[in-house]
Write a protein that binds this ligand. Structure first.
Ligand code: C2E
Ligand code: CA
Ligand code: CA
Ligand code: CA
Length: 273
């Protein structure tokens, strides 16, 4: 088979063919998911470590496919990025999250994930400007979560976008901190307002001195740079206590709350009951 391959023959591989077909079908379905009402935002609380008080929510996208059921974002967001569908979907996410947050009785923060594709290819600044105007959300309540990949790929373009976004009064958080290739230089080169320590470090916090040392170092980094740090993926009380012991002020994770429809957080939002 290798011999033939080198000579340029294409082989029929039923498995690969089926995969490609599924992928194309999903990409097509995704393009119409928004207008069909299949997209939904869940919200996950972000809390103060000491008091447990909820300070804001991260919006997390869900796709309820009519035949396949719930498809996780780790699977469909990359498809949407490849096909370009992430542009209308990302716009929908931002508008939906801002509109909902603007209606909350208490002015808690709202964090929205932004795809690299939105930063490099669309007019994200115009989208955010327009969305803030339409929804009336106070820009100081909006935080955009960005991973470092895009920043490295096209630093000049990304820096321009982030700088103009900040001029609107919104904040920018560095997501998944510590998992990229150059988290430190990225942090220095771009005007972030917050660091989100990746879940992989938090997971081993109470059992591994090394993981704890790394999280402690990130907290020190945040203090030195004047940036708040939030730890992601906090699942256990032991992890929470380990974070409190090293003065991590903010946490997010299943311990505080799983991503859920905003209605289930009525009390935190200042609604009765
Ligand atoms: P992320 O931005 O790092 O989001 C955190 C992920 O960790 C979420 O997965 C969340 O449900 C999960 N998580 C939170 N707390 C815990 C915990 O205590 N334990 C564990 N094991 N997991 C926890 P989710 O919702 O499946 O989202 C996965 C990724 O998909 C996100 O990672 C983000 O990169 C992307 N994503 C989600 N929503 C959007 C969106 O609206 N736009 C874009 N561009 N990407 C999105
Ligand atoms: Ca995020
Ligand atoms: Ca993250
Ligand atoms: Ca992630």
């Amino acid at each position: 088979a290798k011999e033939a391959g080198r000579n340029g023959f294409a082989f029929y591989d039923p498995e690969m063919e089926a995969e490609t077909r599924t992928r194309r079908q999903l990409e097509q379905d995704l393009r119409r998911a928004e207008e069909r009402g299949e997209l939904q935002l869940l919200y996950q609380p972000q809390a103060e470590v000491a008091s447990g008080r909820i300070r804001g929510f991260e919006a997390l996208l869900r796709w309820r496919h009519p035949e396949r059921g719930m498809i996780p974002p780790d699977l469909f967001v990359p498809l949407a990025e490849a096909s370009g569908a992430i542009m209308p979907i990302g716009a929908w996410v931002l508008r939906q999250a801002c509109a909902e947050a603007a209606a909350w009785p208490r002015p808690l923060d709202i964090a929205v994930n932004i795809s690299p594709v939105q930063i490099l290819h669309g007019d994200l600044v115009a989208l955010v400007t327009e969305t803030l105007r339409e929804t009336g959300l106070d820009p100081a309540r909006l935080e955009l979560e960005v991973t470092e990949g895009v920043l490295i790929r096209d630093g000049a373009q990304a820096l321009g976008v982030l700088t103009r976004l900040k001029a609107l009064g919104v904040r920018v958080a560095m997501d998944d901190f510590g998992t990229g290739y150059s988290s430190l230089s990225t942090l220095r080169a771009f005007p972030f307002d917050k660091i989100k320590v990746d879940r992989s470090f938090v997971r081993d916090l109470d059992t591994s001195p090394e993981a704890a040392a790394i999280v402690r170092a990130v907290l020190g980094l945040g203090r030195g740079l004047g940036l708040p740090v939030i730890a992601e993926g906090v699942e256990t009380e032991a992890q929470r206590q380990a974070l409190a012991a090293i003065d991590c002020a903010a946490i997010q994770g299943y311990l505080i709350g799983r991503p859920a429809p905003i209605g289930s957080f009525g009390t935190a939002l200042g609604r009765l009951g």
